[in-house]
Every structure is written in C-alpha cells, then in structure tokens.
Design a protein. Structure first.
Length: 525
C-alpha cells in the first residue's frame, strides 16, 4: 500500500531548486507531514515522510534530528533522496522540533532510534531495507542506533559526524568555547523554527566577545543566551572525559557498512578519523571543507558520495563506488588512497635548527587572560572558519614563531601533525596552542592545522600537542611555520592561570611560558 500522495511544501520545493550539482531526479516526490511516532517512553516524536511517486519497493532512509525537520533537511535530504528512489523518514528527536518529552544530549538516542525502527516495521511501504544518513548530531543518532544495530540496518552515511560528545566540547582538556556556544545555539533553538534560531544566532554573534570574557564563565552563558541551556551548563561542569557524566556517550564501532565524510577544517575531523580506524567496513572522504561548508560548497561531492554508498548497500548497484576506500583532497584536488593514514616515517623539524625562532632556545612569552591571543580561522562553527590569513599573530608579543628557510622544492604532507615541546609555565598552569602555517613568498601566513593542550603542575616537561591531520602541499619558495601561543580566544576558553576550573574562576593571572630545547614539529614524511 502506497502512502497518501501530497506534494512537499512550496518552501521545500523552492529550496530544492536552489541546490546545484545534484543528479537529475528519477521520480517525483510525495510527502506526509507531522506523523506522531512513539518514542521509547511513549512521547510523540514528530516525523515527516518523503517518498518516490512511483509503484514498487524502495529502501528507507532514517534521519533523526535535534535541529528540526525544515531547512535544510527537508530539501537536501527529504525531497532530494526521495527523487532518487528512497523513502526518507525525518524525525525530530525527543524534546526538539515539536516532539514530546525532554531533550537530553545523546542519552535518549539509542532507545528512541530502536523505537523508530519498530514503527517502520509496521508501515506497509517499508520493505525491510534500511539505511541512515545525516550530518553532525544526525550522525550521532546513527551511531546510537548502530551500537546495537537492528537486522534491517544495511548502511550508514555519517557526514561531518561525531560519536564522542565530549570531544565536541573539549580539546586537549580545554573548553572549545566558541564552538560549544554555537553548537548549543543550534541544538537549543534551530528546532523551534527559523526566526527563533536566527534570533539566537544574532544574539550570540553580538555578545560572543562579552560572554567569553565574563567571569565566571557560567555567568557568560546568560550573556550569550536569553534563557538557560541546561545541557551546556552540564557539559561545562564536567570537563573530564573520564567523568561518569560522559559514560555511554562515546560509542564503539558497528559492523555496518559506513561511509564517513568530513573536512580538513571540520571540528569533528579527528574523531571521524578515529571512527574510520576502528570500523571494519567503511569508506572515507575528506574534503576542503568546514563543518558547515561540507553541505554548502561541498554539497555536490557529499551528495554523490552518499548516494553511491546507499545505492551499493541498499539497492545492490555498486557502479558508483570508487576502487579505493579513502579519498582526500590535497589543496582542492581529490586523491584516492588504499588506507589512512598513508604509510611513511614521520619527520621531526627541530626548533632552533630546521625551524628558526627569533633567538636561540630557551625562549619565553607571556599570555595574559585579560588580553588573550585571538583565534583566527580553523575548525569553527562560523563563517570565519577554515584557512585564513593569520600573519598578524606572528607580530604579537604573546606568540613565538619558528620558520624554515624558503623551500627549494614543493613539500607535500598527508597525515597527522604534532608539536613535541619541552615547555614549562611559571605557575605550573596554562594552555599551550600550536599551529602549523604556510608562509608564502610575500610573507603572508595561512593556517593549516593546529591543536591545544592543558598544562598542569604534574605534566611532564616534554609534551605532545596533537595538531590534527592534514593534506597540504607547500609550494617551492614558501616557508613552514610553527606558531606557539598560550591560547586562541574565544575559540578556546582562557586558562585563568590559577589552577581553578575555567568555568568557575573569577580571578585570572598572566602566565609566563618558556620553550626549551629539544622541541620539534612532527610532520608526515
């Protein structure tokens, strides 16, 4: 029995027409709106159903969203994939988008995902072949279902995905402040509709600097938002990944074919690479994207990759799959690889010899939380994300830069990057930020990858700052730069320098850092 035919809303059809680079539609698309599907606790979860206007059996895609069911999900997924021959079930998670119950970050998704599949089994149009798809939190709901996969689940497409919520909020023990605020605005307000979401985003944009500088930081949340955001307050109160608060959040691998899609400037890049390493049946695409631009500038590539995977595993048509499991973009050009990371021996670039600073080591600088080192570019949830001109950072007194000489030939690096630093602080407390940059022949610097690490009195004198992975080609004549600072604000919350928790500290003190020999930049060979 086919679903009752109804055209998707006019707004969805108009939005679909704006999507460029997608394949031609195979079918018209029908729509059932506002279905009430019971959650595991009986709460009604509002659900929209998009489907091909044609006779026959079609596989189903399940999308469970904390961001509502409107733009862009309805056009980019609901209508676009229905046109390609899939039932698309788009459901608002508990406590979001008009669904009943209360939203609790990650906790309800496994059982509610299974409840959605139980409902699907009762639908006359469901043929028993199921896939899941979606980005960000919509990818987390896929991992939640796949942690104990139903027999119908044949494929996963996880786009700019996360499986570890703690890693979204913290890096190297440091609060990802700007991204935590932006992600919370999306999760708390996007499901309420376009206007409430835009109002929250505009408020945050106008008040970000003030909120980030407010002490204690918990009071800054009230500056950033017009109302409490309970899950954000809870995340700030539990910075330790080993805290029982986070138990059950990071999910293990699932034996389900998984297509993983991320970007070099996606805040979820590193956990996506970790997920790929432990999944037995997976493909990986890493493009020149941020968390948000993957579904904008990268929409055509992302859609083609996703569609090929779903057709192969749900429809038995593997003609669109590439031969190699890994595809990475190297400065905008795709390259296929048999594995990730590529084999090779890492090379150490010693500070003071391979990379030269303003003087011989040891070298010192002071980071003042009252005038913190600013953040420029990188994996942000904002239009300022990605590769940016960060030349101005090198001129600041609160940074150290170490440069190579002009390269005599191009240098290509593909894989993880790290800084191995012998570093101390006068107080024993501080955050060390390390960034790899490409400096062109005119002296302009652009960020490639970076990382941060919290230092405590019991930390070893030599630490490794993981700076993420990249695929980059330094042209001949360019220079390799390592920049070291005591933070990047407001991307990361400032370390108060006193040893107090960053979210409750009221008092701050400047922190003096000293970098010693031996220290090195470690890059793929």
């Amino acid at each position: 029995m086919a679903p009752r035919s109804m055209k998707p809303p006019r707004s969805v059809r108009l939005a679909r027409r704006t999507l460029r680079g997608l394949p031609a539609a195979r079918y018209g698309a029908g729509h059932e709106a506002g279905l009430r599907v019971p959650a595991a606790d009986g709460s009604p979860l509002l659900t929209d159903h998009y489907f091909p206007l044609a006779e026959g059996d079609f596989p189903t895609l399940l999308m469970r969203s904390s961001y509502g069911r409107g733009f862009p999900w309805a056009a980019l997924y609901g209508m676009a994939f229905a046109e390609q021959g899939f039932h698309v079930v788009l459901q608002s998670c508990r406590g979001t988008g008009g669904s009943g119950g209360d939203f609790h970050l990650w906790r309800n998704e496994p059982e509610d995902g299974r409840a959605a599949v139980a409902w699907l089994r009762e639908q006359p149009w469901f043929n028993g072949v199921l896939g899941t798809i979606g980005p960000s939190y919509l990818a987390y709901t896929q991992w939640a279902l796949a942690s104990d996969p139903p027999p119908e689940l044949r494929a996963i497409v996880a786009q700019v995905p996360f499986h570890d919520p703690h890693a979204v909020f913290y890096s190297g023990g440091v609060l990802n402040l700007e991204n935590a605020l932006a992600a919370s605005a999306a999760m708390a307000f996007q499901g309420r509709g376009t206007l409430p979401y835009l109002k929250a985003v505009l408020r945050l944009a106008c008040r970000l600097k003030k909120a980030a500088r407010t002490r204690p930081l918990t009071d800054g949340l009230r500056v950033a938002f017009a109302e409490p955001v309970p899950f954000l307050e809870e995340a700030l109160a539990h910075p330790d990944s080993a805290d029982p608060f986070w138990q059950g959040a990071a999910l293990g691998p699932a034996d389900v074919p998984a297509c993983l899609i991320t970007g070099w400037y996606d805040l979820c890049l590193e956990q996506t690479l970790r997920q790929y390493a432990r999944l037995p049946r997976a493909s990986l695409l890493v493009g020149p994207w941020t968390h948000t631009s993957a579904l904008d500038k990268g929409a055509a590539d992302v859609f083609a990759e996703s569609l090929a995977w779903l057709r192969a595993h749900l429809c038995g048509d593997d003609s669109g799959l590439r031969k190699e499991p890994v595809r990475v973009f190297v400065d905008g050009e795709p390259r296929d690889l048999p594995s990730w990371p590529p084999p090779g021996t890492p090379r150490e670039w010693r500070l003071g010899t391979d990379l030269v600073g303003p003087d011989a080591l040891p070298l010192s600088f002071r980071h003042d939380p009252a005038d913190p080192t600013p953040s420029i570019g990188g994996p942000l949830l904002s239009p300022k994300a990605g590769r940016r001109d960060d030349t101005a950072l090198a001129a600041r007194a609160d940074t150290l830069t170490f440069d190579s000489g002009p390269l005599t030939e191009p240098l290509e690096i593909i894989g993880p990057v790290a800084a191995r630093l012998s570093v101390t602080t006068a107080t024993g407390h501080g955050d060390v930020f390390a960034r790899l940059c490409d400096v062109d022949t005119k002296g302009r610097s652009r960020n490639i990858c970076d990382g941060v690490l919290r230092l405590t009195p019991d930390a070893p004198e030599t630490v490794t700052v993981a700076m993420g992975a990249t695929a980059h080609r330094f042209p001949a004549g360019h220079r390799v730069r390592l920049l070291i600072a005591g933070g990047a604000h407001p991307r990361f919350a400032c370390n108060p320098g006193t040893g107090e928790p960053a979210h409750t500290a009221v008092r701050t003190v400047p922190v003096d850092f000293t970098v010693y020999d031996p220290s090195a930049l470690v890059m793929p060979g």
